[in-house]
Design a protein around this ligand. Structure first.
Ligand code: ZN
Length: 80
């Protein structure tokens, strides 16, 4: 009998490493190219906890999306 459940693997957008989906922060990219908490619609993106806490990695996100450090901190505060 197969007891091992299939674990979905997703990639962190900042470090591009792969992790089990449940260990990542799930966010979404909005039409305005900002980031928001994932709400079931749109394109989701994932961020690992280590990157969320690393300023250098956070900068990758603030550069790629129209979301500055202030917007990102506010967003990530909801997860920790
Ligand atoms: Zn990462």
């Amino acid at each position: 009998m197969q007891l091992k459940k299939h674990v979905p693997i997703r990639m962190c957008v900042a470090c591009r490493k792969r992790f089990p989906q449940h260990s990542l922060l799930r966010l979404k990219e909005t039409k305005q190219r900002t980031i928001a908490p994932y709400d079931g619609v749109g394109r989701s993106l994932y961020l690992c906890e280590a990157c969320a806490k690393t300023p250098k990695k956070r900068r990758i996100l603030t550069k790629r999306y129209r979301c500055d450090e202030e917007c990102l901190s506010k967003l990530l505060k909801e997860f920790f």
